[in-house]
Design a protein around this ligand. Structure first.
Ligand SMILES: Nc1ncnc2c1ncn2[C@@H]1O[C@H](COP(=O)(O)OP(=O)(O)O)[C@@H](O)[C@H]1O
Ligand SMILES: [Mg+2]
Length: 330
């Protein structure tokens, strides 16, 4: 079985490439979706839970994974009060992750709950992180949906980079846009550094970044500097960056101006980084969303007729459409 460990980032799965290399019957997650955004309280867990439900209802076998190592609460979004096993068993006791996937009461949908006890779980050591990343990929499902934590810690960024679909949630507010931008930039540079390492040009990338690190540079500048002495490696770096194709969802949309934020962010990303982003759609601000959270019931089950629920189904359909063969070459 081919593994896509982070030491091998050049081979990170292309965002929409079919995995023809998987032999029939191979156990592994076919598609990994990571839901991030760099900020708390923006709806990452709401999107993860309901995206998982929408995909499960469409007939896919889905496992939701609460990868918010410092603030796990996905189980509560699904009305599960006391999960038995959690990711901390993988991080600290060596439990195999597949034994943690529990039924949710929803057909085709299982949940791996997040670590809730150990303080250490919020910042696992590199070895524990690597074990988690490796085991995640062996989970047998059509879709794994990873609900990420806030911030730009290394494990959060690595979960995002691991995914076939890095799904960015943002609110149409400057604070959220700012954090999302910082989150994506951190992910882009980490991808660049991993790829440079694999290609044996990490020292050139480091030198190009200079003492001020990524703060003052764009990835394109780093690629250009590497190209001066290693044009082939630079071409591969550029290709790897291009494969970083983020999927965008704008949540809590209230006005026509809010509606336009998604397209504006896609254009800005193209303008400043030269990279494409897939805009999957907007989700309305909806009282049903917070009311169902308070009832500990998923929106798609308890308020299926609401605007936000219908928007979430549209987002799930847009995402699944990217995986259908006719769009596989994108
Ligand atoms: N579309 C929405 N409309 C209204 N309230 C929302 C919406 N999305 C999220 N919320 C509110 O925001 C809260 C935080 O969402 P959550 O998914 O827990 O954020 P995160 O996982 O990013 O921290 C929810 O509990 C809910 O009350
Ligand atoms: Mg959350």
């Amino acid at each position: 079985m081919k593994r896509y460990g982070l030491n091998n980032v050049v081979e990170l799965p292309g965002r929409t490439r079919p995995r023809a290399e998987d032999a029939p019957g191979t156990r592994r997650a076919r598609r990994i979706i990571a839901v991030g955004g760099g900020k708390g309280g923006i709806g990452k867990s709401l999107v993860s839970a309901n995206l998982g439900i929408a995909l499960a209802r469409a007939g896919h076998r889905v496992t939701l994974v609460d990868a918010d190592l410092g603030g796990a609460n996905l189980h509560t979004c699904l009305g599960i009060s006391q999960p038995q096993g959690t990711l901390s068993d993988v991080l600290t006791h060596g439990t195999r992750i597949e034994s943690l996937a529990m039924p949710t009461g929803i057909e085709n949908l299982t949940l791996v709950s997040g670590a809730m006890d150990a303080l250490d779980a919020a910042n696992p050591r590199a070895q524990a992180r690597a074990r988690l990343v490796e085991q995640l990929q062996t989970l047998d499902a059509d879709y794994l949906v990873l609900d990420l934590g806030a911030g730009t810690s290394v494990h959060t960024i690595d979960f995002f980079l691991l995914a076939d679909h890095g799904l960015l949630v943002l609110l149409p507010e400057p604070t959220s846009v700012e954090n999302a931008y910082r989150f994506l930039k951190a992910a882009l540079f980490r991808r660049l550094q991993h790829t440079a390492q694999t290609l044996g040009v990490a020292h050139l990338a480091e030198a190009a970044l200079g003492s001020q690190g990524s703060a003052m540079r764009t990835p394109a500048e780093v690629v250009k500097a590497v190209a001066e002495s290693q044009p082939e490696a630079a071409a591969q770096l550029e290709r790897s960056l291009r494969e970083f194709r983020v999927k965008l969802v704008v949540n809590q949309v209230r006005s026509a101006a809010d509606q336009s934020v998604g397209r504006a962010v896609v254009s800005a990303w193209k303008k400043f980084f030269g990279l494409d982003m897939d805009y999957l759609g907007a989700i309305a601000y909806d009282d049903a969303a917070w009311k169902t959270v308070r009832r500990r019931r998923p929106l798609l089950l308890d308020a299926a007729e609401s605007a936000a629920a219908s928007n979430l189904v549209t987002v799930a359909e847009a995402l699944a459409a990217l995986d259908r063969p006719r769009s596989a070459g994108r």
